[in-house]
Structure formats: structure tokens, C-alpha cells
Design a protein around this ligand. Structure first.
Ligand code: TXA
Ligand code: MG
Length: 324
């Protein structure tokens, strides 16, 4: 039997009983549990096979709940929350003592956001606790943007996926931390950097972390480990498609391109993300395209580099991580 359901009251029951439920958001599906339940939170980490040092995002129903979670709110954090919530921005702020260390990987900060999805906002309003939710994929693999993606990953270990349709934004939230009360981008995401800069001025990107296995210190946002969001199929990112096709011509090639279909006999299958050259549309379809390409028994996925502005920057970040 399918674990996919639209029944909010069933999700409420399961979550209240300290179970975990996959929930829709505007970015990607999350694997959610009561932030105050050790059982639920442990289950999130175990289901995802995620290391405990990698902290979780806390999802709240509205900006009004923020002060119950965090200690103090820098002026620019307030401006960003006012401008973008509900929406795909996560703020990393000093946590209140009530937030369990299990959520934050022992850090004194907590990541928090108000997701912009009607089903999940309704769910959060009816619960009397916030939900911790990492993306609902096994550690390092492609994030899910449909209920079916989640079911494929977790049908044997999860009781329910709350169905909210395909995610509209399609890549994770932009994560913003604060150093001396000044905002810094820890993870590029569904809110374009230009839109953030329009609110708080020029902002630094500390999208720092590179080699995951050799990692000695815990990165600022551990989701920035080099290999992440990755298909099983070997993936390369290029701004010279003809050259890449020539280099790999004896392999079974899948192609992922921005707006223009390429004609070449070496290509076994090809996905064009936006025929009108729209970055928002491309972002919303990116993970589904990678999920699809992964099912074609290809030797290699060749992905085209996107324009390095707006959401193109975030798409390039994810494609780059998929190649590691
Ligand atoms: O769009 C999203 O953000 C989705 C949906 C479900 O809300 N969630 C998501 O969660 O992408 P996850 O766990 O896959 O990525 C959260 C990232 C991780 O890289 C984690 O290291 C970082 O947030 N993070 C969480 N708490 C943090 C903290 N206190 N300081 C720095 N980074 C933190
Ligand atoms: Mg994730």
C-alpha cells in the first residue's frame, strides 16, 4: 500500500505520537518530527543515515513564533524575516535553552524558517510544537520534490508522506547566518542573492566547504559537504557541451541543458529545463530531472553550466556538488 496521503489529521496524529512524517514545502519535501521528542529526532537521523553533527532546520508556523526559539534577533534578520517569510530563507540565530542540542548538533545556534506551503502551514498551525525537518532523502542523495520521490526512498521505513504536490521552488532554502549581527550566506538556495541584497545590502557568500571525506572541522552549514544532492550516475558539469560529448562519445550519455536542445547521436536521453530560458522554472525542475536521468541506466550525465546570476548561481552550486 502507498504511504502517500493527503490526510492532515493523520499526519497530526502520527507527529503527536512522536513518529516522523514527510511533509511538503515550497522548496523540497522534508522529513519532519517534533523538535522536543528525542524519539522522533533520533528517528529522523537514523532514517536519513545522517551524521548527528549535522543540525536540522526548525519549521515554525509564523514569524510570531520566532522569539520562542531564538535568543536575540539582529535587525537585519528581522528585515529578512519580514521580507521573505513565509518563504525559502532560513535564518541561523542564537538558540534559546529550550531547543535541544540534538537539533543543533551541539551548536549554540539554531536554523529556523517559515515554509511557504499551504498544507504544511496548516499542519504547523494545528500542532503545538515546531517541526524539525531536513530534506527527505538519504544522506548525500538528490532531494525529493514530489511525494513519489520520497516514497521511492523510504517506502519501507516511513509511515506517511503528506502529499502537497510538486514543490514550486524546487531547490532548498537559502541559509543565512550572522557574524557580528551581519548576514552571511551559508548556503545558496531558492531565494536569489540579488533579492536578499535588495533588503540588506551587499552580502558575503561563505559557501566554503570542499572535501567531505577529508573534512576535519565541522563546516558552518554541514550540508555544504562537497558531495551532496548527487545522482548515482557519474555527473559532469561543463560550459562546453560539444567538447564534453566528444570526450565521452563511447558512453551512454544523458544530457541536462538549460534552454536549447542539442542534436547529437551520442545522446541517449536529454532534458531541457526551460525552453524559454527561465531560471525559476529550471530550478523547480532540476531535481526531478536528476531523479529521472538516474533511472535511465546511463554511464554519464553531462550537465550544462547555467548563467551565473540569480537562481542560476544556486543551480550551479547544486550541479557542482552533484559532480563530486
Ligand atoms: O528548503 C529547505 O531548507 C529544506 C526544507 C525541508 O525546509 N530543508 C533542508 O534541510 O534543506 P537540510 O537538513 O537538508 O539542510 C539544512 C542545512 C544543513 O546543511 C545544516 O547543516 C544547516 O542547514 N544547518 C542547520 N542548522 C544549522 C546551524 N545551527 N548552523 C549552521 N548550519 C545549520
Ligand atoms: Mg538536505
Amino acid at each position: 500500500m502507498s504511504i502517500i496521503s493527503k490526510d492532515i489529521s493523520k499526519a497530526i496524529q502520527l507527529l503527536t505520537d512522536e513518529n516522523i512524517v514527510a511533509i511538503p514545502t515550497e522548496t523540497v519535501y522534508g522529513l519532519a518530527g517534533n523538535i522536543y521528542s528525542k524519539k522522533a529526532i533520533t528517528s529522523i537521523f537514523e532514517t536519513k543515515k545522517r551524521p548527528f553533527f549535522n543540525p536540522l532546520i526548525v519549521h515554525i508556523p509564523s514569524i510570531d513564533s520566532l522569539s520562542t526559539i531564538v535568543e536575540n534577533i539582529p535587525e537585519k534578520a528581522q528585515l529578512l524575516a519580514d521580507a521573505f517569510w513565509p518563504g525559502p530563507i532560513t535564518l541561523v540565530l542564537k538558540k534559546k535553552a529550550i531547543i535541544p542540542d540534538l537539533i543543533t548538533g551541539g551548536k549554540d545556534t539554531v536554523a529556523v524558517r517559515v515554509p511557504n506551503h499551504p498544507t504544511t502551514l496548516e499542519l504547523l498551525k494545528q500542532l503545538d510544537f515546531p517541526l524539525a525537518a531536513p530534506s527527505a532523502n538519504p544522506f548525500s542523495s538528490i532531494s525529493p520534490t514530489t511525494a513519489q520521490h520520497v516514497e521511492t526512498y523510504f517506502k519501507d521505513t516511513l509511515k506517511m508522506v503528506l502529499d502537497g504536490g510538486a514543490c514550486k521552488s524546487g531547490i532548498e532554502s537559502t541559509i543565512i547566518g550572522f557574524e557580528n549581527d551581519e548576514p552571511i550566506i551559508y548556503r545558496l538556495g531558492s531565494t536569489a542573492i540579488e533579492d536578499i541584497e535588495a533588503i540588506v545590502g551587499k552580502i558575503e557568500i561563505k559557501n566554503t566547504v570542499t572535501e567531505a571525506p577529508k573534512q576535519k572541522t565541522i563546516p558552518n552549514a554541514p550540508g555544504m559537504l562537497a558531495r551532496h544532492y548527487a545522482p548515482k550516475t557519474k555527473t559532469v558539469l561543463t560550459d562546453n557541451i560539444p567538447k564534453a560529448l566528444e570526450q565521452h562519445q563511447n558512453l551512454r550519455i544523458g544530457l541536462l541543458v538549460f534552454d536549447t536542445e542539442i542534436e547529437n547521436d551520442a545522446i541517449k536521453t536529454q532534458i531541457v529545463l526551460s525552453k524559454t530560458g527561465n531560471l525559476k522554472e529550471s530550478a523547480s525542475k532540476l531535481y526531478d530531472a536528476l531523479h529521472q536521468l538516474d533511472t535511465f541506466d546511463l554511464d554519464i550525465i553531462i550537465a550544462e553550466k547555467f548563467p551565473d546570476n540569480g537562481l542560476g548561481k544556486s543551480i550551479n552550486d547544486r550541479l557542482n556538488r552533484a559532480t563530486k
